[in-house]
Design a protein around this ligand. Sequence first.
Ligand SMILES: [Zn+2]
Length: 355
Amino acid sequence: MIKFSVKNFSKIILVVPAFFFLAVMSFPREATSQNTSTETKLAKISFGSAVNRENLKARFQAYSNNLSLAPSATNSGDNSTVGSVTSSSPDNNQRTGKIKILVVPGHDNEYPGAEIGNIREADFNLKIAEYLKNFLEQETAFEVYTTRDADFIKTETENKQDKNGYTDYFQKYLDENISEVLDFRQSYKEETEKKFKNSLSSSSKKIEHNPAPGEMLYRLYAVNKFVEDNQIDLVIHIHLNDYAGRTGEEWKYKGFSIYVPDNTLRNGKESQALGKYISKTLDDNFKNSNNPVEKKKIILGHELIANGANNTIAAASVLIEYGYIYEDRFQNEETLKKAAEQTYLGIKNYLTKKL
Ligand SMILES: [Zn+2]
């Protein structure tokens, strides 16, 4: 399992490779002052509403027909414009403009996720993401963003320290928003804990998520703040799976699963709906996971940062594990393309189908 959650920090003591300690040590300096930072310094936040499918469907239809969307079509009647960001309860179901989709190929060159021999999860995620981006860009109603570049697939000569493969605009965002991201994380965390004091027990006890190393934790929250700042509507996180305790001989599990936020998070409902549509189209070409903890195919929780832990995002967000990294099929370029195509069709169905 190579997913990052905010919990289970104690488990890593047993499994961390040395680089983890280095990563923690290199966590941006501001992190060390987090515990002592004054409460008044943190922005006061209140959660805005999540995106809303009816609004998304109206915008999809309007922009597919090359029309701009009149405010009345969004059932809003206000003057909200895309690009204006406020920190006070924005009504995100009244958004206008094209549908903004962020494709996040999981992991990066520095922390490549699951590995088997020379195969690195990060590289496969990137390939699927690139295909997905191409499919999505065929739609006039979509504005597509991505965190990592396809230009960069690891080669032996590449210097890992120098480049982690992020797109220029996302790298710039990472570099220029360190204290903002840390404040963002901390204020949402505090606000969420206050609001859901007793109800936030561990919803995914059976699934052991690997916690994010310090630097990666920062990057994942930066993705979420980027999503909020840019009013992204849909976030698609792309991963291949692995499981703890895998040996060379015994590869027990295969198949896909989709992780979505539960109903304690504001984006739970829409993310679950989006996840269902994607799972339906994946069903046409892929088998779902036979790992008992993924039996339900769509797995709900509130701890994955990618899904919007601590209520950090209004966007619908799904984390797709297309299968297990050692499955032979992922060596085939056509499989990667098919995975992307079925995801694209699922997203489109979510925006066009009745139910
Ligand atoms: Zn992964």
